[in-house]
Design a protein around this ligand. Structure first.
Ligand SMILES: C[S@@+](CC[C@H](N)C(=O)[O-])C[C@H]1O[C@@H](n2cnc3c(N)ncnc32)[C@H](O)[C@@H]1O
Length: 274
């Protein structure tokens, strides 16, 4: 394969094509990560250079799908990084229900195939069943969004292989997912969630004063200059005192720290400051 760092014009043309035809704006992602992932697909299809690969994308829409799939990095799990969800379940969820809001809105931003979405739904539902009445559940709406359409279809199905549950406490799995594999999310969880396509870098946040935003293992792939506007968008979208949960290796950079106060810095749980 001759394509590489020297063929900058070819690389630029390819990224422009991806943005124009699939709405995936490569400019906002970490360059090294992007190049490595494009190279993976080019090797898989024996493309000699960026121009040849671009022609292949025109001829073979399935390869374009495979490329987008590779670029979006959809790896996820239910209850991924269990200690964070233990903390969300024991502190954030009760605090939010206790505030007695008329409407409670949660946003899983970059929800991939929905594992994070149903993790949230299970934690909120389990707490509500212990302490609230059934009608109070109707005040809760959990929105899952992602840029990747194939992931969103999987999120709507909400059916997962046994391996996806390796971190989820067994009682939660038994209560909220069908016994047979693939394990399907219970209707009471599905009733709580809405799945929609949103590009975090281009589209607005859901309206209405959000109470909790989880955005985990997503901004790590964005360039630094894209992270700041996104965190400001999250800040503005949150209701006063609303929570933000980031991924285990993600953090708030520089001036962004004044927008949020740390609730549990280790678990990357923050709250909107004033
Ligand atoms: C590694 S998964 C994270 C899934 C889940 N939040 C978790 O932590 O397990 C990253 C997700 O971010 C999505 N993503 C990447 N860029 C995006 C963008 N600009 N807007 C919305 N979602 C995006 C990808 O499609 C992918 O599903």
């Amino acid at each position: 394969m001759t394509a590489g760092p020297v063929d900058e014009a070819g690389f630029r043309a390819l990224t422009q094509k991806i943005a124009a035809e699939r709405g995936f704006s490569c400019a906002n992602y970490k360059d090294g990560c992007l190049r490595r992932r494009i190279a993976v697909r080019m090797r898989a299809r024996d493309a000699a250079d960026f121009a040849a690969y671009s022609l292949l994308l025109d001829r073979d829409p399935a390869e374009f799908d495979a490329l987008i799939d590779t670029l979006t990095i959809n790896v996820t799990k239910l209850y991924r990084d269990a200690s964070v969800w233990d903390m969300v379940g024991s502190t954030v969820v009760p605090a939010l229900w206790q505030q007695g809001q008329r409407q409670l809105t949660v946003w899983s931003a970059g929800c991939s195939s929905g594992e994070e979405l149903y993790t949230l739904a299970a934690l909120f539902h389990a707490h509500a069943m212990r302490t609230l009445t059934e009608p109070q559940l109707q005040t809760l709406r959990i929105i899952g969004s992602d840029i990747d359409r194939a992931s969103l279809e999987a999120a709507r199905r909400g059916a997962y292989a046994p391996e996806a549950f390796s971190e989820m406490p067994a009682p939660l799995k038994a209560r909220y997912f069908s016994a047979e594999a693939p394990h399907v999310a219970a209707p009471e969880l599905k009733a709580l969630v809405d799945v929609e396509r949103r590009d975090l870098l281009r589209d607005p946040a859901p309206a209405g004063g959000l109470n909790l935003i989880t955005c985990r293992n997503v901004v790590i792939y964005f360039g630094r200059e894209s992270q700041e506007p996104l965190m400001r968008k999250f800040h503005d979208a949150l209701a006063p005192g609303g929570y933000l949960v980031l991924g285990k290796v993600e953090t708030l950079l520089g001036p962004l720290r004044s927008l949020f106060e740390a609730v549990d810095a280790r678990q990357r749980i923050f709250r909107r400051a004033a």
